[in-house]
Write a new protein. Structure first.
Length: 427
């Protein structure tokens, strides 16, 4: 799913969305594995989606040696390894640690940071956010309080183009044209040099609010506080930390993620359903130069491929021949899915196979689609789309998400009826 869409201003929270958690956060990580039907699952956090080629090779080794051989990209630019055997945790941790992918074992699940993947490569943004990314990750790993964040809490660093605005992050820092940075929650301007520390302070304000209200909240909307209330808490903590700030409205403008092709001199590809074979991953790594950037839209950007446009075009052609999406008009840019059967016991259908058959049958669906194997809708995007949810009886329910004032729904008795059911949403 590549399209980004506006979201409510200032990331305001709402009592109607508050959630009561009666258990601890079981979000998987690199050290806390999740038991799935196809084996254990590990989720490796990659702040900003940035990987050196050496780290990418290490992940490929881990996938082949311990997992099912594939690398699964998430909607936060992270990587999941699936099909892991029980008891492999120590070996996996050693592999990741040696590659520099575990800078702090106590913080490995809270290093959830997305960042503008084209930052520093062209003129669309106001600032290269890579220094912010490094500083924020370092501060997170040094913060005792940050260990209390859930594995779902999300930071976003936007270089000013607005591509992070539709991702629903809990804390957003966005570069401003005047050289400063906009921070939410709080909706304030801070100095660029203070931006990473201000982001951490905002997260610590969230933790403080959760403790004060006796809530076990994983994300900002679950606190049940209004945007104004949360803003006051953040501003108070900024004052306490000596971080200067002034009121500033949310910057206008929302941008999409990078399309497939050659963008700002970099090679950009989309990964169908976010799944890369070992062969495809090796191909990306071999062409990458010094680093890869994984995007929240299940894409990969290679910032430096050769020294000429011809070399970049040749690399793009090789990746297309390997099965990656290089055409910005590909229907796969508008189709996503959870893991489904057989990997998940809760799924009612093999949604990935059904999604692929639908794309083969109709091409571009015209509307973004997200296929879910059950009502949990794991990985569902926050942007406008049609959700295709498998039901216990084997049929599918289609509905617009988020639901508007006049919700539209349709049913398909089997996957072959999906194209006809979609007509209800395109009319």
């Amino acid at each position: 799913m590549s399209a980004a869409a506006p979201h409510p201003s200032s990331q305001a929270t709402s009592p109607a969305r508050a959630a009561a958690r009666d258990r601890g956060d079981a979000c998987p990580g690199a050290l806390r594995l999740h038991a799935a039907d196809d084996g254990a699952l590990a989720r490796i956090r990659l702040p900003g989606g940035v990987l050196s080629t050496g780290q990418a090779r290490a992940l490929g080794v881990a996938a082949r040696r311990l997992g099912d051989g594939d690398l699964h990209l998430t909607s936060r630019g992270n990587v999941q390894l699936r099909g892991l055997p029980q008891g492999c945790g120590a070996e996996l941790a050693e592999l990741l640690d040696t590659a520099g992918l575990l800078p702090s074992r106590e913080h490995e699940r809270v290093r959830n940071v997305v960042a503008s993947p084209l930052s520093g490569l062209g003129g669309a943004g106001f600032r290269d956010v890579r220094p912010w990314l490094t500083a924020l990750d370092t501060a997170l790993c040094a913060s005792r309080a940050a260990k209390g964040l859930s594995g779902r809490f999300l930071f976003a660093l936007d270089d000013g183009r607005g591509d992070m605005s539709g991702l629903g992050a809990d804390v957003t820092v966005r570069a401003l044209a005047d050289g400063g940075a906009w921070l939410a929650p709080g909706s304030v301007r801070v100095a660029a040099g203070d931006a990473p520390r201000a982001a951490l302070v905002a997260a610590e304000a969230f933790l403080e609010a959760a403790r004060a209200h006796g809530e076990r909240a994983w994300r900002l909307p679950e606190l049940g506080l209004s945007g104004d209330e949360m803003a006051r808490l953040v501003r108070h903590r900024l004052d306490a930390e000596g971080i200067g700030h002034t009121d500033h409205p949310e910057p206008a403008g929302v941008a999409d993620g990078p399309p497939p092709g050659i963008v700002d001199g970099a090679v950009s590809v989309h990964i169908p359903l976010g799944r890369l074979s070992a062969h495809q991953w090796d191909g990306l790594t071999q062409l990458a130069g010094t680093e890869l950037r994984l995007t929240p839209w299940r894409g990969v950007v290679l910032p430096a491929v050769g020294t000429t446009p011809g070399q970049a075009a040749e690399a793009l052609a090789r990746l297309g021949a390997a099965g990656l999406v290089t055409d910005p008009a590909s229907p796969w840019l508008h189709v996503g899915a959870c893991i489904g059967r057989p990997g998940c016991a809760k799924a009612h259908a093999d949604v990935r196979t059904d999604a692929a058959r639908t794309v083969e049958a109709i091409g571009d669906p015209g509307l973004p689609l997200y296929w879910s194997g059950c009502e949990r809708r794991c990985g569902q995007p926050r942007t406008d789309h049609v959700e295709v949810v498998a039901q216990p009886g084997g049929d599918y329910r289609l509905s617009a998400a988020p639901a508007g004032p006049r919700p539209r729904t349709a049913r398909a008795a089997d996957p072959s009826q999906i194209p006809a059911a979609l007509a209800a949403f395109s009319s």
